[in-house]
Design a protein around this ligand. Structure first.
Ligand code: 6GU
Length: 247
């Protein structure tokens, strides 16, 4: 899968993604990260790509033309028109389901404003999706782009080893992870739950499922609406005081 990012800070994105799992996926060619500086497409000799907003007001805006030229240069090498994601706090909030959808694409273009916005006309012309990563304001779209590329990359086949991808399955289930422990069996007076030392596989699975359900009920009850719950799960949740919505 190929990620293309139009940004004023390409180094920030490359350095952020070139470690750990995304870095290894880049080395193996499972993903590519092509960060393009708008300034290369400036139409003046000073390489300026921003200007004052018409009507006045604080800050500067990125001009339409360099954004369009950078986009055109990328798209001409592609077989089909790619999704173009404008990263903005005004967009739809990014979710796991969006990551799953985007992981199926061959090429995706992200468009980052920094403290500056972008001329609305080029947004109307090229953008297919406007996406935010949550209800808080950041100084620019570079961190959100890294967040989204990370979330999408781990869904690209081969990027995670099988153990970890099983973990993804459990989030897919819309339940939070159960607690986990490693040696020693007692730490600062706290013991690892006996069942985990018992070697009884079925009991361990039951305990883990119940811990996931309990944790989700306590911390993110909203997720239970979308979870695939069995009769047993519902019975357990009911014992904790959960009332299932009749959908
Ligand atoms: Cl996508 N951009 C900025 N600047 N701030 C944000 C955001 C995006 N998502 C949440 N906050």
């Amino acid at each position: 899968m190929n990620f293309h990012i139009l940004t004023l800070f390409p180094e920030m994105i490359l350095s952020g993604l070139s470690h750990s799992i995304t870095g290894r996926a880049m080395d193996k060619g499972q993903i590519s990260v092509n960060a393009v500086d708008f300034r290369e497409y400036a139409t003046n000799k000073y390489k300026h790509v921003d200007d004052y907003p018409y009507g006045g007001g604080a800050g500067m805006l990125i001009q339409a033309e360099p954004v369009y030229l950078a986009y055109e240069d990328l798209v001409k090498k592609m077989e089909k028109k790619p999704r173009v994601i404008y990263v903005t706090p005004q967009g739809d909030v990014f979710r796991q389901s969006m990551a799953e959808e985007l992981a199926k694409e061959e090429d995706v273009i992200f468009l980052c404003g920094h403290y500056e916005g972008i001329d609305e006309r080029v947004l109307e012309e090229i953008v297919t999706d406007q996406v935010s990563i949550g209800d808080y304001v950041l100084t620019g779209g570079e961190l959100p782009v890294m967040v989204m590329i990370d979330a999408i990359s781990r869904l690209v086949p081969g990027v995670l080893n099988n153990d970890v991808s099983a973990e993804f399955e459990s989030f897919n289930d819309n339940l939070l992870e159960y607690p986990q422990y490693t040696r020693p069996a007692e730490y600062h007076g706290k013991k690892v739950p006996d069942v985990l030392l018992s070697g009884h596989h079925a009991n361990i699975e039951k305990w883990r499922r119940e811990q996931s359900l309990k944790r989700t009920l306590e911390r993110r009850p909203d997720l239970l609406q979308e979870a695939n719950l069995t009769k047993k799960d519902l019975k357990y949740l009911k014992s904790l005081g959960y009332e299932a919505d009749s959908k």
